[in-house]
Design a protein around this ligand. Structure first.
Ligand SMILES: Cc1cc2nc3c(=O)[nH]c(=O)nc-3n(C[C@H](O)[C@H](O)[C@H](O)COP(=O)(O)OP(=O)(O)OC[C@H]3O[C@@H](n4cnc5c(N)ncnc54)[C@H](O)[C@@H]3O)c2cc1C
Length: 116
């Protein structure tokens, strides 16, 4: 696979991808970062009450956030920072439940954590 003019491709701009890209770039390596989500402005990422509470209730009722609403952080910050589970479903063995908070935006879940 020819990835020129890049030496490396990093998929995802979260904490992991961001640090990987920085570390490689600091060595003079040409890095391409691919991100699935949009760039969210600071005021858009912030929590806004009571709007966020209404959005959270909607996320529960529509099942858009059926799993992620079980995470305590969901109730503390902007629910827009949690992926739509209907569009991005995941599976796990019934005996080994796994609660996955997904954040599909530039910066990934570092925005969610920062918000909390
Ligand atoms: C509410 C909350 C509180 C937290 N509190 C703490 C804490 O106190 N201390 C702590 O250490 N950690 C905390 N965390 C965890 C920490 O935020 C995460 O572990 C960390 O941000 C994960 O980084 P990551 O880069 O591995 O993944 P993510 O941040 O999930 O980044 C993945 C990135 O990849 C992108 N992506 C996914 N699929 C594709 C694709 N196919 N193509 C291109 N891009 C793609 C996503 O859009 C996203 O930007 C918290 C998390 C949450 C949600």
């Amino acid at each position: 696979m020819d990835i020129s003019p890049y030496d490396a491709i990093v998929v995802g701009s979260g904490a992991t991808g961001g640090i990987a890209a920085l570390t490689l770039a600091e060595q003079g390596i040409k890095v391409l970062v691919i991100e699935a989500g949009p760039q969210v402005k600071r005021h858009e990422a912030s929590n806004h009450e009571p709007k966020s509470t209404l959005k959270r209730l909607s996320g529960v009722i529509t099942k858009k956030h059926a799993n992620q609403c079980q995470h305590p952080g969901y109730w503390k910050n902007n629910p827009d920072l949690y992926s739509n589970e209907l569009k991005h479903p995941y599976d796990f063995p019934k005996k080994k439940p796994f609660l996955w908070t997904q954040g599909k935006q530039y910066g990934g879940r570092s925005l969610t954590w920062g918000g909390a």
